[in-house]
Design a protein around this ligand. Structure first.
Ligand SMILES: [Fe+2]
Length: 360
């Protein structure tokens, strides 16, 4: 598969995933051959791009954790603040992940170009759940964790759109306002019976750093609730891999370096350890450069082998298992492209991780 920007889509390409608009209406079904009218429609709706099949797709092993239709309904439930439905979809994410053959989460599962804050929340719920599985949380805890993740940024409802989507760095005053979203979110859910104190406290503290440098309370270490510590990692991860109005996505190696470099500073080391085991570094579909100079496409990942996926060499279609094939032991991945963008004129790496102050 490959990700193709809307302005570069061609008739005859075949869509890999269904696409829904914010109201949950299907714009394009999966496995659909693109025609000119469809392409014009996607451009008109300002849809940034989509995954299509390519000549390497036959090698790829791509799982589907949370279908696009369910995702669209979950986002709608969050917009409507329908907490019972949010809990239902959070539970559904947990059950899907627990039923996977392995709990590896591929970035290609995550919604790309998710400008909507609740699309981001679904991604965070998926990443957090996988980390929670790796940390041995019970099913009950996982469902609470996923619910918390879905609701973690609900307080942004109260933040003006011009600040949320500002295409540039926030002023100190705007940043102060933005940072109130965690307290607003916790307060909004005060009288909701289905949301307990643990969930509320975790929403309040999802921007706390492990060393005490976060906000709003400056709590540190295990003073920060477990769900908040997990969501903090998942939140930063999704913010880094996505394109935003104020930044380009980081590439996978930069993301991993950032997370590992901040273990014990921003993040709980135990969460980072679980993240590195269960969230793949090079998602299926990533184009990588091998140490012998060849370019290859990642087609499969394996647990505990995050840095050594199965790849297919571009051009020759030779399949290389970097983990198991003895002839590949000397090969490493030295560079990787981002999956979700192919240059669109935005400044590279922009103004920091997130306008919500994810990085502090
Ligand atoms: Fe947040």
């Amino acid at each position: 598969m490959k990700y193709v920007r809307s302005d570069q889509l061609l008739p005859g390409m075949v869509s890999l995933k269904s696409i829904y608009d914010q109201r949950g209406v299907c714009l394009l079904a999966a496995n659909h051959v693109l025609t000119l009218p469809i392409i014009f429609q996607l451009r008109k709706q300002k849809y940034p791009g989509l995954y299509v099949y390519d000549e390497y797709s036959e090698f790829e092993n791509l799982k589907q954790v949370f279908g696009e239709a369910r995702r669209a309904r979950a986002v709608k439930a969050m917009h409507a603040l329908n907490i019972d439905q949010v809990i239902f979809f959070a539970t559904s994410i947990v059950e899907s992940i627990l039923h996977m053959e392995d709990q590896l989460l591929d970035m290609a599962q995550l919604k790309e170009n998710n400008h909507d804050i609740y699309e981001h929340s679904v991604n965070v719920a998926m990443v957090a759940t996988v980390c929670g599985v790796g940390m041995g949380l019970s099913d009950f805890q996982l469902k609470e964790l996923a619910t918390t993740a879905m609701l973690h940024d609900i307080g942004k409802m109260a933040i003006p759109d011009e600040i949320l989507n500002k295409p540039g760095k926030l002023t100190p005053e705007e940043m102060t306002l933005m940072r109130t979203h965690s307290e607003i979110g916790a307060t909004m859910l005060c009288h909701v019976d289905a949301v307990n104190d643990e969930i509320r406290k975790s929403i309040l503290m999802h921007h706390e750093n492990y060393d005490g440098s976060g906000y709003p309370t400056g709590a540190k270490g295990k003073e920060i609730p477990l769900y908040a510590r997990i969501i903090h990692v998942a939140d930063v991860y999704d913010a880094m891999i996505q394109k935003r109005s104020y930044k380009q996505p980081f590439n996978p190696l930069e993301v991993i370096e950032y997370l590992m470099g901040n273990a014990g500073i921003m993040f709980d080391i135990e969460v980072i350890y679980s993240f590195l085991r269960y969230v793949v570094v090079y998602p299926v579909g990533t184009t990588v450069t091998l140490s012998d100079g060849r370019k290859a496409r990642v087609v499969q990942n394996r647990q505990d082998m995050a840095l050594r996926p199965v790849v297919v060499v571009l051009g020759s279609k030779e399949q290389l298992d970097l983990a198991d094939d003895p002839s590949c032991y000397n090969l490493t991945i030295v560079a990787a492209d981002c999956v979700f963008h192919e240059g669109d004129g935005l400044e590279p790496l922009g103004y920091g991780l997130s306008n919500s102050g994810v990085a502090g």
